[in-house]
Design a protein around this ligand. Structure first.
Ligand code: LLP
Length: 417
């Protein structure tokens, strides 16, 4: 069931009219449906059924504290890639014992912080990082729980910027040499080998790459076991796609079945790190139309949100559906653009969109993942507000940034007068 629907001609998020939210929170604002987030998470849990598993929500998709708390309440673990993300999880009340720490450039302070918090495991991305983690572990008189991130060389057939499991990518350790690194890790005193990990990419819309990756991983885990290295956690990363336009990604049931079947009777806890598929379709970006303008070639609808608020269209030529807040709006072929001084600042190009006039609201859909999380202050624009809808009520879960906050922390040296 969609939680973004027209009721009496006005777009609602759950039972709240978006116009009311825009009135109170201002625009642009990100608006999330709590029910949609919970439903997406529940899809994974029911998909895995009786199989021992842990869903570690990937914080990078949307790290708002309220979103994290909601997922923690459902029992989720978290996938973090920085000390900052770990800080968010802890501040939101997430269980550190369910946190996996990925990312190619972990620094000693981050490793220390994670060990102090008592995370579940580090997904180690290189032999050099293994040495650093071992060193911090020994310094702290502990054994850091690790998995090595295997690069299984599987083509996820997605956007090149978000393909991560190919031989040419910077992520993980090539499958061919990973065995050797596991043997070395087994001798290190600051480490404990607990798992194996991979992640092949994001916005995957077919099952084949997952099938291939999990097959390679289970064979690899068997080979490790034969050599005396028993692992208990298999982390298959995130990446399940969502429908932005007309994609038909596998359901969580299918996805869970594919992974579960490949594991067979092995005594492994399956970990997944979904981000987009939990929050992507649970959020939208509501924006107000500022101006219409045209030249002999084109129509432009200028809105108050821009590429600094939602970078995906500019960065990946990503498609996001754009709806009018008011259903009965005629359409016009136009570019929907923001105020930022770049031609790349657009949400739609030459698209039939609702012809909403100045002062009216447009809604950029499927913006819950990698929306606010990738927002910047480019053009000295303050970051948008974030709103969480829960049934009949809504909460502003992040205030719009103020102009004062925008310059906070900057100083002018006295010598400049
Ligand atoms: N685990 C790891 C190690 C990852 O690198 C990622 C995403 C995930 C999990 C979560 O993947 P998901 O389930 O969300 O596909 N900014 C891009 C997406 C970048 C994804 C980076 N890694 C976008 O807006 O499409």
């Amino acid at each position: 069931m969609s939680h973004f629907e027209y009721k009496d001609g006005r777009l609602h998020v759950e039972n709240v009219p978006l116009a009311r939210i825009a009135e109170q929170a201002g625009t642009p604002s990100y608006v999330y449906s709590l029910a949609a987030i919970r439903e997406a998470y529940a899809g994974y849990v029911s998909g895995f059924g009786d199989r021992t598993h842990l869903v570690c929500y990937s914080v990078k998709a949307n790290g708002n504290l309220a979103v994290l708390r909601a997922l923690a309440n459902e029992g989720a673990g978290f996938d973090v890639v920085s000390g900052g993300e770990l800080h968010r999880v802890l501040a939101a009340g997430g269980d550190p014992g369910k946190v996996v720490f990925s990312g190619v450039g972990k620094q000693p302070w981050e490793i220390r912080m994670a060990l102090e918090a008592g995370i579940l495991m580090f997904n180690v991305e290189s032999p050099a990082e293994l040495d650093t983690i071992d060193c911090v572990g020994r310094e702290m008189n502990t054994r850091a729980p690790v998995a090595l991130r295997v690069n299984p060389d599987v083509d996820p057939k997605t956007h090149p910027y978000i393909s991560t499991g190919l031989k040419t990518s910077k992520f993980g350790i090539p499958l061919e040499r990973c065995f050797e690194d596991y043997q070395r890790a087994a001798t290190m005193k600051g480490l404990e080998i607990v798992g194996a990990d991979c992640h092949i990419g994001s916005q995957l819309t077919t099952t084949e790459p997952f099938v291939e990756a999990v097959g390679r991983m289970t064979r690899f885990v068997d080979r490790l076991a034969d050599s005396g290295i028993e692992i208990r956690l298999l982390d298959m990363g995130g990446g399940l796609g969502i429908c932005y336009q007309d994609e038909t990604p596998p359901s969580t049931d299918t996805y869970a079945a594919v992974l579960g079947d490949a594991l067979g009777g092995r005594d492994l806890t399956l970990i997944v790190e979904p981000g987009r598929s939990i929050v992507g379709n649970a959020g939208c970006l509501v924006t107000r139309v500022l101006y219409h303008k045209g030249n002999n070639q084109k129509n432009f609808i200028v809105v108050d949100a821009a590429m600094n608020d939602l970078a995906r269209p500019s960065l990946y030529s990503a498609f996001h559906e754009i709806l009018a807040e008011s259903e009965a709006t005629q359409s016009v072929v136009a570019d929907v653009v923001g105020p930022v001084c770049e031609s790349g600042d657009f949400f739609a190009k030459e698209r039939a969109v609702a012809n909403v006039g100045p002062g009216g609201l447009l809604v950029v859909m499927s913006a819950g993942a990698y929306g606010f999380a990738m927002a910047s202050n480019y053009n000295a624009r303050t970051k948008p507000a974030e709103v969480l809808v829960d049934g009949d009520v809504f909460h502003i879960v992040r205030e719009r940034e103020t102009l004062e906050q925008l310059i906070q922390g900057e100083t002018i040296p006295e010598s400049l007068g």
